[in-house]
Write a protein of this length. Structure first.
Lengths: 250, 653
């Protein structure tokens, strides 16, 4: 199935089952603006509210005869793999207290999609693309600018975003290495003063994977960041990084 | 630092080849201070003999974890960081004698290194080390050195601590079982063991399943003694005793009463069963006589064209009486069978046959009940007369066929009338019916004790029903054929006028039960066994084919009926009010509509699947690039230009 066919099917199913309008989010709109389309690993879909779970299910039922895999992961998001293409359906995560936070920031009545986007990890991952691939929307107003500036920055204060999901700490390094971006000072300051947060509620295997992938993309950038953030004590001896592991760094 | 300087270091032996290559790769890429620091470390590691990635990995493992272990084993507030490199070196050098492949071994290695340096260990550690007998310590050292030893002798193992607290596990088990009712077993398990160590959690899980599976009782131990109910120990099993043992101990009265009551109940049940068996055998013999009579010439004259059908019903009745459930039966069961057969005859329009069977059942009131069944239909007796008239036109039927009226006991001769001379046939029938009457009279008396209160038996035999009657064939009498057909149709119309969905469901369930029992196949198998017994099985191979076909058709029909039943059940609303008002047959239209809608949905889904299959087939023949991630095609599709709509940034900090 072509990508456009998949997207058209999703739009049809969304209308048939009265879900909210689906959008592409995550890496695809970001990589499109960066011109890095060959690096796309999966397509992230969101509707902004819990109807995304219904959409995932009905999409699976519509394409199940063509084989593939449907799975709901522990964090609540579902994915459908069809003909090698992975379609990730958002978990519709909301940061605790996000509505009140946005109201304090001046948004009287934040919409569902706005709350979901601000609950995401980084500004560069919070863009929306319409299903016809013709329009990219930056609802937060921060994503496009940060892509231009090549900066990894959180939607909410770093303390909130990184504490809500501690896996995002390792992802800072991974994304920075993958995209060749720099890391916002606020994030660096927070990690340096709370280094233990990188391993809190995170499996060692996940950390190893993130560091290994980051080193694969850009070894030097990875080492530079780990040095700067003083995270060597938390880095397991994985192959590309072992030569850099020294007593002085621990 | 440049390449030449690095080469000099290598040639002088300060760094080995492994680190020389590593450093060469990093020159120019890393900052200068980092390179220098790396060279210092490379010197130290080369001195330690580290010349491959594996050893380097081990070295850094030691560096990573040694301080945590030291914090556990050393006395509090001991400053050990200045000794850390030394300790790491000792651990690394002694890694063969004190390997670090397991947590326990790592602890041992660190403890050994700390002892060598002279750092103060915690008292509990010292106590454990001291308490461990020398033999055990030697065993551990020997094992680590690869020397095989036997288990230590003369040591009871009392000092070995249990790895886990069993009492804690028992408490946890109790909590899990208490919570499992509300949360479910898995959630309760996770909740109770939430903060446990992972290893302990796993071990606990295995321990629990060991006992849950009753694996501790897997191997039966030899049992040499048995106890009886009164606590005596016997050298043999209860099963070997033929009689109950007397007991000198007086049991409480209640227990005796309870036992007596049980024994009495059992006897009652057995008595009832015996009596029912006696009744059954009497009825069988009566049916045999009736069959003989009906298959004789007189019987043919009596029954006319219905002889074959009546014989069939009689044989079927006999079979049902023979194969009725002997464990759970009511005494009125056989009566019901006979009545049912009579009713079938009546439904088919064979009133003569019906009376025949009613006679067997010896219910004289049936004449009136038959009239009720027919409603405003013709009088049964009138029909008899009509039948008589019709019968006289038939060449084969003599005029003196005895009918109900004629079978009534004639008036006494004392009244002055002369008894008409009876024909042989009449005499035979009179004798037959009198035999039936005299034989049955005492058995079907409602006050008879045979009517057993079987509330403690679960009677399911009542559900056994005779097969539905064959389609009505026109009777060869001098009546207008149209009239008889109309009567048959009217009878059918009347019977079906009050049918509703639930009747249909019940009937289908009944049919499903019949096919599930595989009665036909079973009876054929019985016939096969009989033939084999008589030594004639080999002459009738077609019976095997018939059995096979019976099984196949049985399965086919059973499956189809089940499908129909599930569809109908699924489309009927489960409204409990409807269950109590079965006479309303209003659900038929809705059922039809619901079935139609379902069919349309299925067809739409089939169409969709067919379309997708065709698309898939087409795609096979078009060359598409291999897809990985989003695929090349997706890449091309995404490459088209897009408009960017940027919103106003909101200050969230």
């Amino acid at each position: 199935m072509k990508l456009t066919e998949i997207l058209n099917l999703l739009v049809e199913l969304s209308k048939e089952h009265n879900t909210s309008t689906p959008y592409i989010t995550g890496g695809v709109p970001r990589d499109k603006l960066l011109g890095r389309l060959s690096d796309i690993e999966d397509i992230d879909i969101t509707t902004g509210d819990s109807t995304v779970h219904d959409l995932a299910r009905v999409f699976w039922e519509a394409v199940r005869e063509q084989g593939g895999d449907y799975k709901v992961l522990p964090d609540g998001h579902a994915h459908v793999v069809i003909e090698g293409m992975k379609i990730d359906f958002s978990s519709n995560y909301r940061a605790p207290g996000i509505k009140e936070y946005l109201q304090k920031a001046g948004i009287k009545d934040p919409s569902e999609i706005m709350m979901e986007l601000y609950s995401r990890d980084f500004t560069v991952n919070s863009l929306l693309m319409t299903m016809d691939l013709k329009t990219i929307k930056d609802i937060t107003g921060l994503g496009v600018n940060d892509i231009k500036r090549k900066l990894i920055r959180t939607n909410l204060p770093a303390k909130i975003t990184l504490t809500n999901n501690t896996k995002r700490v390792a992802r800072v390094i991974y994304l920075a290495a993958k995209l060749g971006f720099s890391v916002d000072d606020e994030i660096k300051k927070f990690i340096i003063s709370n280094p233990d947060i990188i391993k809190k509620d995170v499996k060692p295997k996940f950390l190893e994977d993130q560091f290994a992938k980051a080193a694969k993309y850009d070894e030097d950038k990875t080492v530079e960041l780990i040095d700067e953030l003083k995270l060597w004590s938390y880095v397991h001896p994985i192959e590309p990084l072992v030569p850099y592991m020294m007593k002085g760094r621990l | 630092m440049n390449q030449e300087q690095i080469q000099q270091l290598y040639e002088s032996g300060e760094i080995n080849e492994y680190f020389y290559n590593q450093i060469l790769r990093k020159i120019g890429l890393l900052p200068e201070n980092v390179i220098e620091s790396y060279i210092d470390e490379a010197r130290d590691m080369s001195a330690l003999g580290i010349d491959n990635a594996e050893d380097q990995k081990i070295f850094f493992y030691i560096l990573l974890h040694t301080d945590d272990i030291l914090k556990c084993i050393l006395e509090e507030k001991t400053h050990f960081y200045q000794f850390l490199p030394q300790i790491s070196d000792i651990i690394f050098k002694n890694r063969k004698e004190y390997p670090i492949d397991t947590m326990m071994n790592f602890y041992m290695a660190v403890t050994n290194a700390a002892e060598q340096i002279g750092l103060p260990l915690k008292k509990s550690i010292i106590n454990e080390l001291q308490q461990m007998p020398e033999e055990i310590q030697q065993c551990i050292r020997d094992k680590q050195a690869g020397i095989k030893v036997a288990y230590p002798q003369g040591w009871g193992g009392d000092n070995i601590k249990k790895p886990y607290d069993i009492k804690k596990w028992m408490r946890a088990t109790r909590d899990i079982y208490m919570m499992a009712e509300d949360l479910g077993y898995q959630d309760a398990f996770e909740h109770v063991t939430e903060n446990w160590d992972k290893m302990e959690q796993q071990d606990y899980k295995h321990w629990l399943s060991f006992y849950q599976e009753n694996a501790h009782n897997k191997y039966k131990k030899a049992q040499k003694v048995y106890t009886n109910d009164y606590g005596y120990v016997l050298p043999i099993s209860h099963d070997n005793l033929k009689g109950a043992l007397p007991s000198p101990i007086k049991q409480p009265k209640d227990k005796f009463k309870e036992e007596e009551r049980k024994i009495r109940e059992r006897q009652d049940v057995n008595d009832a069963r015996e009596r029912i068996e006696t009744q059954r055998s009497k009825i069988i013999s009566r049916l045999n006589s009736a069959e003989k009579l009906l298959s004789s010439l007189d019987g043919q004259l009596f029954a006319g064209d219905n002889q074959e059908r009546m014989l069939e019903l009689l044989q079927d009745l006999k079979r049902r009486v023979q194969t009725a459930n002997k464990l759970r039966a009511q005494s009125s069961l056989f009566e019901d069978f006979i009545y049912r057969t009579a009713n079938y005859c009546l439904a088919e329009g064979n009133k003569r046959g019906a009376k025949f069977f009613y006679k067997i059942a010896q219910e004289k009131d049936n004449l009136e009940s038959a009239k009720d069944l027919l409603g405003d239909g013709p009088d049964l007796e009138g029909d008899l007369e009509g039948a008589m008239e019709g019968a006289s036109d038939m060449p084969e039927m003599p005029d003196d066929i005895p009918m109900e009226d004629e079978l009534v006991v004639p008036e006494e001769p004392g009244k002055g009338e002369v008894e008409p001379e009876k024909t042989e046939t009449q005499k035979a029938f009179e004798e037959f019916f009198s035999r039936l009457e005299s034989g049955v009279h005492n058995d079907f008396d409602k006050d008879d004790e045979l009517y057993v209160d079987d509330s403690f038996l679960f009677s399911t035999a009542q559900q056994a029903q005779a097969p539905p009657p064959k389609p009505v064939e026109p009777i060869e009498v001098a009546e207008d054929p149209k009239d008889s057909h109309n009567k048959g149709t009217e009878a059918i119309e009347r019977a079906l006028s009050s049918v509703n969905i639930y009747d249909l469901i019940n009937h289908l369930e009944y049919l499903s039960a019949i096919f599930k029992r595989r009665e036909l196949s079973r009876q054929l198998a019985i016939a096969d066994l009989m033939m084999d017994r008589l030594g004639i099985g080999s002459y009738f191979p077609s019976l095997g084919e018939a059995s096979r076909s019976a099984l196949d058709s049985n399965q086919y029909i059973s499956t189809r009926v089940e499908e129909i039943l599930s569809k109908i059940r699924g489309t009927v609303a489960q409204d409990t009010d409807e269950l109590f008002e079965p006479e309303q047959s209003a659900g038929a239209n809705e059922l039809g509509e619901a079935l139609e809608k379902e069919q349309e949905k299925e067809e739409a889904a089939k169409e969709r699947r067919k379309k997708m299959r065709e698309q898939k087939e087409e795609a096979k023949f078009t060359k598409e690039p291999p897809v990985g991630g989003a695929g090349e095609q997706a890449t091309q599709e995404l490459a088209q230009p897009a408009q960017v709509e940027q919103g106003k940034p909101i200050p969230t900090r």
